[in-house]
Design a protein around this ligand. Structure first.
Ligand SMILES: [Zn+2]
Length: 318
């Protein structure tokens, strides 16, 4: 057995990063129609205090003891088959997450600003926290690839319920115990619209991918934010970007098709003529990268105004 070799990430100098930011700002400025696709993941919401699913010691998949549930793998409790048999561990794990009101980050509002400027074609998010909607991104432009927490359905009669209903149902007098939310019509279990392992992705995902990346080839900029591109089929989306599209990764580590990018700028992927940019690195946060970009775009005041004065959308309004 050999020890896995630690990968040494090539460092990005501030100068290189700034060159990439300038190119990106130029592209965003040149875009005069809704032709930017954004793909986001857990890294977008970590600055909001939302637990990542996989971070050792903190993630929902790896946190806490599983002894009492007789499961070997923590992800089992997020499988639909297991959930149908025993939904208690799922709701126990999700209890605090469901009960807490989180606020969108600067990066969420930056994406909303792209929408306000009519530059956003679509936001594909892998996050279930609803913060994109809370920041004001419209339902039409938003695809919850892995479902969402803020709506639920009865598993039997399919009645839809709000986040508040779920919260009220789950409240119990004991800190330890969790109440399973039940339908007020037929009494069956209410499940959040989060996609569990073994469930299909929402229809909207396939429909929008077809519209945005296969039928029309109008995407001029593909921005990937805060995801390690490990979950399929979502991880493949940047590969579908049309010929000549600028693709950008804003993430701590290089990943997916950006894995081998050596510097902040990689010109012309041989096959698809992409210009790939990488903003990130261990010394820079996602919000920090977006700050650099917003400064370069001259949008600082607008973003500040948006963050301070916009009313957050109530996720209970279905
Ligand atoms: Zn029901």
């Amino acid at each position: 057995m050999t020890k896995k070799k630690e990968r040494v990430e090539p460092t990005i100098s501030d100068e290189e990063r700034l060159d990439a930011v300038k190119l990106l700002a130029q592209q965003i400025n040149n875009i005069s129609d809704a032709s930017i696709i954004v793909l986001t993941g857990a890294g977008l919401s970590t600055s909001c205090g939302i637990p990542d699913f996989r971070t050792p010691g903190k993630g929902l998949f790896v946190n806490g003891s599983l002894d009492k549930y007789e499961v070997k793998d923590p992800t089992s409790i997020f499988e639909i088959g297991y959930f149908k048999e025993n939904p208690i561990p799922f709701f126990e794990r999700m209890k605090n997450f469901i009960a807490t009101e989180y606020k969108p980050s600067k990066t969420h509002f930056f994406i909303k600003l792209l929408q306000d400027k009519n530059k956003l074609m679509r936001l594909y998010t892998q996050n279930i926290d609803g913060l994109e909607r809370k920041s004001g991104v419209s339902d039409e432009l938003l695809v919850h690839c892995h479902g969402k927490l803020h709506t639920s359905h009865c598993m039997h009669c399919k009645k839809q319920f709000t986040l508040q209903y779920l919260r009220d149902q789950m409240t119990s007098e004991s800190e330890e115990e969790v109440q399973i939310p039940k339908c007020n019509v037929c009494g069956n279990i209410v499940k959040t619209d989060v996609v569990l392992y073994g469930e299909d992705l929402p229809d909207k995902f396939g429909e929008c991918v077809f519209q945005d990346l296969k039928k029309h080839k109008n995407c001029k900029l593909f921005i990937v934010i805060g995801t390690s591109l490990q979950v399929y089929p979502v991880a493949l989306l940047p590969e579908y970007a049309p010929h000549g599209t600028m693709r950008v990764l804003i993430n701590r580590d290089r990943c997916g098709g950006f894995y081998n990018i050596q510097s902040a700028i990689r010109e012309c992927d041989v096959k698809n003529n992409h210009l790939d940019l990488y903003l990130g690195g261990a010394d820079q946060t996602i919000d920090g990268c977006v700050e650099l970009l917003v400064r370069e775009l001259g949008w600082e005041d607008e973003l500040k105004e948006l963050m301070e004065n916009s009313t957050l959308v109530d996720l209970n309004n279905l």
